[in-house]
Design a protein around this ligand. Structure first.
Ligand code: ADP
Ligand code: XUL
Length: 582
């Protein structure tokens, strides 16, 4: 593609597990260029497999590999004759939870990138810049003991979730840092600075230490979201385990940067201007975590929901409600002040549906499955099924199948059955129960669209840690818009059934996007630059809604109120059925 000399460009990096991508958009928010560096293939001397080193439960990534990848991706831009001098701003998306450990010498080596430069990044930032050569990866499973310690210090998983947005997880940065303190004391002592992958990448671009970005910091189990500061008790606990001089607060570079108004963390370091002819005035805006960047790749506003129907199902939503649960995650929103991102991950998604599909036909086609899902004459109205071939996170139960019949007027379960009439019932029931479970979990995070109905006040439901809540709290909540992505979003029947159950008030959309993380980075860079230079005074969500290339989205359907109301009646039996699981 020819690049116009009058265009301005914005770059979004995506430093993920297996690759570094760099996407460019122009001022019309069109994607104009993309380059990718695949770690295993293009940097084989690191001997990574799928971007990581696996040693039993320990999974981590070589930091220098990322540094080399940054050079490689820009070399590809130069080779494509992309006018890097016309890039006004850069932001990005990074794998969450990873931690980079800088040595005492690291800061001075990094700052050399601000001097007149040549050579490659690795000449400046070699192994001596880091006290630990690898960063723990989000797939690491080795911090069980540390998770228990952090939860018990604040009073259990529910309390840690209330404080930090999540209960303790193996991959979260707090348990990972605590493990380094406990098992690699000498390394920790030699560490001058600990960064998340997001502020590490921003620091390399700026040639100076950049502080933590707030939204990504919610993936640490250390950031107290209600009081908007790192939690003293948790930091002191970790400090009590180390015999070093500096406390963890100091090693983290102080409190995370909030997103009240967009603020550049610096200008591009001279190294990039000298070697790749980037404009020395190019601004670097805070990079964030990949899931957080994903919600910025779409015009999501409060009460909008993104459902990724991939191998597993992930729900991301934008909300002004801080409502926590040990079964899901809350993060602050990276660009909308006083808003949050909720993230709900289910294990049983596509693979569970595939098992039902395979009972209906053996050629891996979805035709019969879809016919059943959309067959209104197939009466499943007093049936409900749980189809968990894998252990589930929400609700937190072991692998199980359970099929029941219920009384439609009271919602009481009347019998457990070993099978419904035939597998067509299972096809309809699995999609309904998956969608219903999403609905039950997102409701507390949504704003009410009507007054709670008096007729639903006397019935109560229990979902996870929200116990005995009046049904009326669930039947007045509907999302504004739902956006579907991922492999199974191609399937009209599945998407339309989800749309019926969730009842979005302003429609359901689908998109096919291989670039969402990097694109979110581009949009953050573009809006931040426009805001700082006073070319817009619109908040991020309004800016994106106004300028978004809506033709890149496929409008699937409106949700029908009557159909949605029908599913109100199924929340009670779902709650009762879940109570029967172990
Ligand atoms: P991942 O989450 O691993 O990145 P994808 O987003 O590509 O993967 O989703 C893969 C899943 O999508 C598969 O497990 C498959 O069951 C499902 N899928 C793909 N096409 C269809 C379809 N037409 N109907 C239903 N499911 C589909
Ligand atoms: C989120 C998580 C993953 C990584 C992938 O909690 O661990 O989505 O961010 O890079």
């Amino acid at each position: 593609m020819p690049f116009a000399s009058t265009d301005t460009y914005y770059l979004g990096l995506d430093l993920s597990t297996q690759q570094l991508k760099c996407l460019a958009i122009n001022q019309a928010l069109q994607i104009v260029h993309s380059e990718t560096v695949e770690f295993d293939k293009e940097l084989p001397h690191y001997e990574s497999r799928k971007g990581v080193y696996v040693n039993g439960d320990v999974i981590d990534c070589p930091v220098l590999m990322w540094i080399e990848a940054i050079d490689l991706v820009f070399k590809k831009y130069v080779k494509a004759q992309f006018p890097l001098s016309q890039v006004h701003a850069i932001s990005g998306s990074c794998q969450q939870h990873g931690s980079v450990y800088w040595s005492e010498e690291g800061e001075a080596l990094l700052e050399k990138l601000q001097d007149k430069s040549s050579g490659s990044l690795i000449d400046h930032l070699d192994s001596s810049a880091f006290s630990r050569q690898t960063a723990p990866n989000w797939q690491d499973h080795s911090t069980g003991a540390q998770c228990k310690e952090l939860e018990s210090i604040v009073g259990g998983p529910g309390k840690l979730a209330e404080l930090t947005g999540s209960r303790a997880h193996f991959r979260f940065t707090g348990p990972q840092i605590l493990k380094v303190v406990e098992t690699e004391g000498a390394t920790y002592k030699k560490t001058a600075r600990i960064m998340l992958v997001s502020n590490f990448l921003a620091s390399v671009f700026c040639g100076k230490f950049v502080g933590l970005e707030e939204a990504d910091s919610c993936g640490m189990n250390l950031y107290d979201i209600p009081s908007r500061k790192l939690n003293d008790k948790l930091l002191q606990f970790i400090d009590s385990k180390s015999d070093g001089q500096d406390g963890l607060l100091q090693k983290l570079g102080g409190e995370p940067m909030e997103c009240k108004t967009p603020t550049p963390v610096g200008k591009i370091a001279r190294y990039f201007a000298d070697v790749y002819k980037l404009n020395p005035e190019c601004s670097i805006f805070p990079m964030t975590g990949d899931n957080l960047a994903t919600i910025c790749s779409l015009p999501l506003q409060s009460n909008d929901v993104l459902i990724s129907l991939g191998t597993s199902t992930t729900v991301l939503l934008v909300t002004d409600q801080y409502h926590t649960s040990p079964n899901y995650h809350m993060f602050t929103h990276p660009t909308i002040p006083d808003h949050y991102m909720g993230m709900i991950c289910y294990c049983n998604g596509s693979l569970a549906r595939e098992k039902v599909r395979d009972q209906l036909e053996n050629d891996k086609s979805w035709t019969k499955f879809n016919d059943a899902v959309m067959d209104d004459s197939l009466d499943t109205s007093d049936e409900l099924g749980i189809y968990f071939p894998f252990g589930e996170i929400v609700p937190s139960v072991s692998a199980t199948y359970k099929k029941v019949k219920f009384d439609k007027s009271t919602g009481q379960i009347t019998s457990t059955v070993s099978n419904f009439d035939n597998a067509r019932h299972d096809a309809k029931n699995i999609v309904e129960s998956q969608a219903l479970s999403c609905r039950a979990r997102i409701s507390p995070l949504l704003n009410a669209v009507s007054d709670p109905s008096p007729k639903d006040k006397n019935l109560t439901v229990t979902f996870d840690y929200d116990t005995n809540v009046p049904l009326s709290e669930y039947t007045c909540k509907r999302p504004k818009r739902v956006f579907f992505v991922g492999g199974a979003s191609k399937n009209d029947a599945i998407v339309k059934k989800f749309a019926q159950v969730l009842g979005a008030t302003e429609g359901n959309y689908r998109l096919d996007t291989p670039n969402s993380c990097a694109l979110g980075g581009c949009f953050i860079a573009m809006w931040s630059d426009a805001f700082v230079s006073k070319r817009t005074n619109l908040p991020f969500d309004q800016f994106l809604n106004k300028n978004f290339p809506w033709d890149s989205l496929d409008f699937v359907c409106q949700s029908q109120t009557a159909q949605w109301e029908n599913y109100n009646k199924m929340l009670v039996p779902l709650s009762r059925l879940e109570a029967m699981l172990d």
